[in-house]
Design a binder for this molecule. Structure first.
Ligand SMILES: CC(C)(COP(=O)(O)OP(=O)(O)OC[C@H]1O[C@@H](n2cnc3c(N)ncnc32)[C@H](O)[C@@H]1OP(=O)(O)O)[C@@H](O)C(=O)NCCC(=O)NCCS
Length: 146
């Protein structure tokens, strides 16, 4: 059976793959390649492949503040959901966040992403805030691992 291969995007091809997954899943907040490159500089990004097929990506925002809170976001392209890839990406992200010293884990889900909300709540996340960013039409939901 094929295994998920994850890597940090280290060139434009990898950054474009990460960008593709992000923009398919978050069509209300499309990122340019320059914005993705900037995120790669401050966050831990990964892209995931099954053989050579792009299936998902993840983001870990490193711990900040007194609470050492890190944000972990897993994303699987809709055609590849329900096969355990999101769970694997999420587990890798949490492990990375803990390695970086995180004591609190949060995630953020677009409120229209029902799969993402169910996934997060089943794994112990609890909603802490709902808000609209400037120019957005669909609220974001911040959730914290309880
Ligand atoms: C959340 C998300 C990453 C899950 O991706 P995924 O690849 O479908 O995740 P998994 O396959 O590991 O798990 C999804 C479901 O499939 C089930 N599943 C996993 N492997 C399975 C298998 N082999 N057979 C049947 N079901 C399976 C899991 O139990 C899980 O059920 P649950 O969501 O009710 O807990 C995906 O829906 C997504 O990208 N959502 C939008 C982004 C987002 O909101 N991310 C924030 C969450 S951190």
């Amino acid at each position: 059976m094929s295994e998920l291969r994850t890597e940090q995007p280290h060139d434009d091809a990898g950054l474009r793959d990460w960008q593709h997954v992000h923009n398919v899943i978050i069509p209300t907040h499309v990122l340019s390649l320059a914005e993705v490159r900037e995120r790669a500089g401050r966050n831990h990004l990964e892209v995931a492949y099954l053989d050579d097929v792009l299936v998902g990506c993840s983001t870990v925002r490193p711990p900040t503040g007194d609470t050492l809170t890190a944000t972990v976001i897993a994303r699987t392209l809709p055609a590849h959901r329900g096969q355990g890839f999101g769970t694997e990406l999420y587990a890798r992200g949490v492990a990375r966040a803990r390695d970086l010293g995180a004591e609190t884990i949060e995630t953020v889900v677009l409120s229209s992403n029902e799969d993402g909300l169910r996934f997060a709540k089943k794994r112990g996340f609890v909603e802490i805030e709902r808000y609209l960013l400037p120019g957005d039409t669909i609220p974001w939901i911040d959730l914290r691992l309880s």
